[in-house]
Design a binder for this molecule. Sequence first.
Ligand SMILES: Cc1cc2nc3c(=O)[nH]c(=O)nc-3n(C[C@H](O)[C@H](O)[C@H](O)COP(=O)(O)OP(=O)(O)OC[C@H]3O[C@@H](n4cnc5c(N)ncnc54)[C@H](O)[C@@H]3O)c2cc1C
Length: 409
Amino acid sequence: MPQQNWQPGKRVAIAGGGPAAVSTALAFIQRGYHVRIFERQAECRPIGGAVLLNIPVLAILRHYGMEMENVGSFTTTSFQNKKGLERAELPFNEEIERHMGIKGWQYGVLRSSVFQKMLDLLPPGVISNDHEVICYSEVPEQDCVEVRFRNGGSVTADILIGADGIRSNVSRQAFGDPKLFHAGVRVWLAWCDHIPGIPENYGVISHDRQYQASYFPMLHEGKPGFEWWIVESSWEGKPVPIDPQAYLANILKDWTQPLPRLLEATNFDTQVYRWEIINRTSMKKWSTGRIMCIGDAIQPVSPYAAYGLGMAIEDGYFLAKSLDGVNLRDSSAVNAGFEVFEKQRVEYVNHNMEFARFSGHVFHSLPWPVAKLRDWIFDYTPLLGNLLRKDYLKKAEEQTMNMKELHVI
Ligand SMILES: Cc1cc2nc3c(=O)[nH]c(=O)nc-3n(C[C@H](O)[C@H](O)[C@H](O)COP(=O)(O)OP(=O)(O)OC[C@H]3O[C@@H](n4cnc5c(N)ncnc54)[C@H](O)[C@@H]3O)c2cc1C
């Protein structure tokens, strides 16, 4: 990279080349900083399958310059039991729709297409592939940080952002062993092409006593399709079924349509991913000195919140905003910016992370008689809807209303 694009006071080095990293890069570049992403793989690749993204995340991507047309498909979310009885519906917030100029709340998107669109927004020369960050050392007398790579190289930067995923080397060096643990759930994540006759803009999250089975419409490069997934309880070393298609078909055999039809329309060689969900305990501090960790490197979220990718993208945006205009050699200004960021993010993100873990536990780890009572309560009382509004939607909506610079009115 030419010298003029790597000036002391403006140098942001990012470990990892996933969504958190690319969002951080776009946000800092927009604010006039010089950014380099160091990704250990030969190319930046998204982890597979589909995801849900919500309005604030889409508004951030729009702010980076992403075209919103065909990015995804807005969805009404209905929580049901296996037989199709509705337990709760996530309401749309008209005020948010108006202020953000985006309809709905959650959008089904294919990761690979959204991530590619993010990569396309980066100017050339920002990403260095085959650069695995192995460690760093702060050099206080020169107000900088030295980042070292497995390939023997190194780079000097003003700040280092650890966006290197759940097994982050940066986070491990900064905060010690994360003591990762199995979150108790396994997710089968699948997608298929459009099937006529299934209502559009309508997604269902449904549970029986043991499993969650859900589907959402999505758009992939403007083409409609469906993402669907099954969550089951799991543990370290749980055997993997030899024939996933037969195994999942058996789970869905008496589930309300269209889930069994979606399974039939899915190519099990290329459109199904299996994940064991790994977690760490929440951290109260994400920074030390000139180092900040974001995304899964510090706050991996169980998919029960459907918000990990979204929060990783938000982290990058809020971090650059907190350091706007700061001379990055100035340690006290950097630390003050980091503090502003942490005040804005840590409690909010940890709340979502813990809510996701709690939900996974409630739906997949309760013993039989308690699970039966849970299902009765969710079927016949408004408790689930109240929990979702209070613990999932309320804070996210408040945050969205405060992102005034992204409002269209
Ligand atoms: C089954 C499942 C379903 C999910 N569903 C949703 C959903 O619906 N909505 C949602 O918002 N989120 C969802 N998530 C969460 C989301 O996928 C993650 O939170 C998101 O990918 C985190 O992004 P990241 O950039 O922090 O980390 P990652 O995506 O893990 O990227 C880290 C990058 O760093 C690189 N790297 C690692 N170590 C190094 C190193 N030492 N040096 C250099 N590079 C390194 C890796 O190769 C990778 O490219 C889901 C997750 C799972 C498992």
